[in-house]
Design a protein around this ligand. Structure first.
Ligand code: ZN
Length: 419
C-alpha cells in the first residue's frame, strides 16, 4: 500500500485530465479496472461534465528570472483548474491571486476552482513574506478544453447480485492521506477478495469527488437497488483513531457491521451521525437515492492541521495505520459476507448439546465459556427474525464467535439458514 501511495504521490490529479487517467492506469495494473469516459457537456443529474483540465507547467519568476513559485517543485502551488495565464504584474496585483495559510506559515494550501474561471498560486506564508516589491512574470501553462471526465470501476462478482459499493475519490494532487490512502486500501481489499470466495458482488469505484459520483449515479440509476452495503474510504492512513460516519439511514447493516467491528477491535474510534457534508457519501445518501453508504475514516477531514496542505505527505501516512485500516475493513467485509438469518430446528427446550459433541473440538485459544454462551444465544435467538449480527450485538460477543457457533450448530443439524 505504501509503495502504491509513493508511486501515485507526484502526479498532478484533478477531477478530469491526464493525471487522473494515469492514476487509473496505475490502479489498473493492480486490479481489473473498467475505465469510463463521460464527455464534456454531458448532463449528469443536476450537473454538467466540465471542460477537461490539463497542465504542463506554471511558475512565478522574479526580476532576475528565478522561479520563486514553481509548479514543478510541488503541484499544490497551482490552484487546481486554473485558467491559463501569461502576464507580467507588480506584486500587489499578483497578491490577489496568491493563497497562503498564515496560521500554518510553512505549509502550502490545496485550493481548487473547478466551477469558477480563475487562476491562482498557493504557497507557504513565510515564502510570501520574502517576496520583494517589483514586477513578476506569471505563467500557467494549462488547457481547459472539451474532453471527458474519467472514472474507474472494479467489479468482483460474487455468488449473488447483491452488491457492496466501496468508493474513493481519485482527484486530489500530491496529498497522501486525503485520497491516496483510500485508493491504496481499496486496491488491497480488491486484491485479497480476488483470492477468496465471496457471496456478495463487490464494486470498487475510483472516481473524482462529487462530479464523479454524480456521473456514476446518473449512469447507473436502474441498478442502484442492488447496492445493499457501501463505504466511502477517505483519510485511512494517518496515525489518528478511527472515525465512522453513519449512512443517512443511521442503522443500516453496514452501519451496524462497522460499529460492531470497531467496538470489538479494541482500537480507539468514534462513531458520528450522518451530516450532509464531506465526501461522496453526500451523493450516495441524497434523499433520491438514500443508499446504505457510510464513510470510513481515521482522522476526520477538516479537523487536523495537515488536511488539504503540503503536510499531508508521504511521512504523514504510516504502514501500521494502513494495515490496521485494511484489517478492520476486511473484518467488516467478513461480517456483511457471513451475516444471515437462521432457524433453530429443535426450538422446544434446549437441545442436548453435549450428546452432539458441540462442547468439544473447540479451536485452540477459544474462550470455551464464551463459545458455549454463543451456542445458546444462537439457538435461542434463531427464530427466523434475528440475523447473526443482531445476535452478536445482543449477546455482546464478537461476530466471528457467533458465526462459528452457528456453523457448528448447522453441521449438527440443529440450525438452518433461511435468509
Ligand atoms: Zn479532500
Amino acid at each position: 500500500m505504501q509503495r502504491l501511495i509513493a508511486e501515485l504521490y507526484p502526479t498532478c490529479r484533478s477531477i478530469t485530465g491526464n493525471g487522473l487517467r494515469s492514476t487509473l492506469r496505475t490502479i489498473g495494473d493492480q486490479i481489473p479496472l473498467t475505465i469510463s469516459e463521460v464527455p464534456t457537456g454531458t448532463q449528469v443529474l443536476d450537473w454538467t461534465i466540465p471542460r477537461e483540465w490539463n497542465i504542463s507547467d506554471a511558475y512565478v519568476k522574479d526580476a532576475s528570472g528565478e522561479r520563486v513559485i514553481d509548479f514543478r517543485r510541488h503541484n499544490l502551488h497551482v490552484v487546481n483548474y486554473s485558467t491559463p495565464v501569461s502576464a507580467k504584474m507588480p506584486l500587489n496585483e499578483l497578491k490577489r491571486h496568491l493563497h497562503t495559510l498564515p496560521d500554518r506559515p510553512d505549509l502550502i494550501p490545496y485550493r481548487t476552482s473547478y466551477y469558477k474561471e480563475t487562476w491562482g498560486f498557493c504557497l507557504a506564508h513565510n515564502e510570501l513574506l520574502k517576496l520583494p516589491e517589483g514586477d513578476y512574470d506569471v505563467c500557467i501553462d494549462s488547457t481547459l478544453t472539451a474532453g471527458a471526465l474519467t472514472y474507474g470501476e472494479c467489479v468482483l462478482p460474487g455468488e449473488i447480485d447483491d452488491e457492496v459499493l466501496v468508493s474513493c475519490h481519485v482527484c486530489h494532487p500530491s496529498m497522501a492521506d486525503d485520497n491516496l490512502s483510500g485508493i491504496a486500501v481499496a486496491v488491497e481489499l480488491a486484491r485479497r477478495l480476488r483470492t477468496q470466495p465471496h457471496r456478495l458482488t463487490w464494486r470498487f469505484l475510483f472516481i473524482p469527488g462529487t462530479i464523479g459520483s454524480i456521473a456514476w449515479l446518473a449512469r447507473n440509476a436502474d441498478r442502484l437497488n442492488r447496492i445493499k452495503h457501501g463505504l466511502v474510504l477517505s483519510c485511512v492512513g494517518d496515525p489518528g483513531g478511527f472515525t465512522y460516519k453513519r449512512s443517512r439511514r443511521g442503522a443500516a447493516s453496514i452501519d451496524r457491521a462497522v460499529e460492531h467491528v470497531l467496538l470489538h477491535s479494541g482500537s480507539s474510534h468514534r462513531v458520528i451521525d450522518f451530516f450532509p457534508y464531506g465526501y461522496d457519501e453526500r451523493q450516495y445518501c441524497a434523499p433520491g437515492f438514500d443508499l446504505p453508504v457510510g464513510c470510513f475514516m481515521r482522522s476526520q477531514h477538516g479537523t487536523f492541521p495537515e488536511y488539504h496542505t503540503s503536510a499531508d505527505n508521504l511521512t504523514f501516512v504510516t504502514a501500521d495505520s494502513l494495515e490496521q485500516s485494511f484489517e478492520t475493513l476486511w473484518s467488516v467485509g467478513q461480517v456483511i459476507e457471513r451475516d444471515r438469518v437462521c432457524v433453530n430446528l429443535s426450538p422446544k427446550g434446549e437441545p442436548q448439546l453435549g450428546r452432539r459433541g458441540l462442547y468439544e473440538g473447540l479451536a485452540a485459544g477459544t474462550d470455551s465459556r464464551q463459545y458455549e454462551m454463543a451456542l445458546l444465544w444462537v439457538l435461542n435467538q434463531s427464530d427466523g427474525s434475528h440475523s447473526l449480527l443482531s445476535i452478536a450485538e445482543r449477546a455482546r460477543m464478537p461476530f466471528n464467535v457467533i458465526v462459528r457457533a452457528a456453523d457448528a450448530l448447522t453441521v449438527a443439524g440443529l440450525l438452518k439458514t433461511t435468509l
